[in-house]
Design a protein around this ligand. Structure first.
Ligand SMILES: *Cc1c(COP(=O)(O)O)cnc(C)c1O
Length: 361
């Protein structure tokens, strides 16, 4: 008798594919919404000093108290609201899902949106129900959202604000209506807050079911893996029970705390990226045959002529530029690709190749 994975691995896990990260060595990397800028020398020197006096023979502070205080100051988290730290916001999604999972329990999100909501729902054995966005402009289809809420009674609804991969942010009043109608939690995922014009952070405390989730990844610290969940203390106290005690390692706690003491450096980088976004939007719009969608994030979604997305993606790759191919991932994203706003020289390199592809040269 031979024992096989499919004797024991749950069918819904067997049916998943692992989150795919394409190799990027030697490429201009515009596929994962990373900040293209590294740290100024003065910060690097201070960092080395901090690390020199940091010891890793002891476990980390399980609560990350100093870092949470720093976040409270720098990220305008309202007084009285709790903060829970995660190993990336991916881990926070997992913590929330683990805490509410159970037979018949539903995770809901609009579609297309961030793929981890669905994946993590499956990991923890929950049902995932999605509601298509309106194809014209990727706005929320409120009639469909409200009837889905009634039909599925979701334990938690994830709303990415701005949305990945579409780049737009939904109507604030639509989200407020969802907050009123939802029988369970509503997590507003503000991964792109550094580039966005609006936020629900200051609305915390006004709704008993509102949580605001953020990450330092898109701000420029993707390698540290730090996400934070803000909201009512009574909810966070429950989530804290399923959090691994030392989920934020010492190097991340020390490094993120130091980086946030210089938050201005990263905010300036974000401003540069926003300027780059304006330029890149204009450059893409000037290319005939390309449909460009508005963005409030550090990436731009665009659509190429029918059937060409795969070839465009490959041609860019052959010229040393990696972006994200979305065509095929969702009916609404047919012929679509997503490019991260990089440093000006990277954006120019991308545009140069794209112009060449579209002039047939
Ligand atoms: C990138 C992204 C995240 C994940 O961020 P990490 O903190 O790096 O895990 C979460 N939500 C959305 C919408 C994202 O695009």
């Amino acid at each position: 008798m031979s024992l096989k994975p499919n004797d024991w691995i749950r069918p819904e896990i067997q049916n998943l594919s692992a989150y795919h990260v394409p190799p990027a060595e030697g490429l201009i990397k515009l596929d994962a919404m990373e900040n293209p800028y590294t740290w100024p020398d003065a910060l690097l020197d201070e960092w080395l000093l901090r690390l020199k006096t940091t010891s890793v023979n002891r476990y980390p502070d399980p609560a990350g108290t100093q870092l949470r205080n720093r976040l409270q100051e720098t990220m305008c988290i309202p007084q009285g609201q709790g903060i829970l730290l995660g190993n990336g916001s991916d881990e926070l999604i997992q913590i929330i899902a683990m805490a509410v999972s159970g037979k018949g329990r539903v995770v809901m999100a609009p579609q297309p949106s961030f793929v981890m909501y669905q994946m993590i729902a499956k990991f923890v054995g929950m049902r995932f129900e999605s509601v298509p966005l309106r194809a014209v402009d990727f706005s929320l289809d409120m009639n469909a959202m409200l009837s889905a809420i009634e039909q599925w009674y979701p334990a938690v609804i994830f709303l990415a604000y701005p949305n990945n991969p579409t780049g737009n942010h939904w109507d604030r009043s639509d989200i407020e209506q969802i907050l009123e109608a939802a029988p369970g939690l509503v997590v507003v995922d503000e991964a792109y807050a550094p580039f966005a014009a609006d936020s629900f952070m200051s609305s915390l405390g006004r709704y008993p079911n509102l949580l605001v989730m953020r990450t330092l990844s898109k701000l420029g610290l993707a390698g540290l893996r730090l996400g934070y969940l803000c909201g009512p203390q009574d909810w966070l106290a429950e989530f804290d029970k399923v959090r691994m005690p030392y989920n934020i390692n010492t190097l991340t706690q020390v490094s993120a705390d130091m980086a946030l003491a210089h938050a201005g450096v990263f905010q300036e980088q974000a401003e540069d990226i926003k300027l780059g976004r304006v330029q890149l939007l204009a450059d893409l719009q000037a290319l005939p045959g390309i449909e460009v969608f508005p963005s409030d994030a550090n990436f731009i979604l665009f659509r190429v002529p029918v059937g060409k997305a795969g070839a465009v993606h490959r041609a860019l790759m052959d010229s040393g530029i990696l972006i994200k191919l979305l065509s095929g991932s969702d009916p609404m994203l047919v012929d679509c690709l997503r490019v991260t706003v990089g440093a000006p020289a990277e954006n120019q390199a991308f545009m140069t190749v794209l112009r060449r592809i579209f002039s047939g040269g």
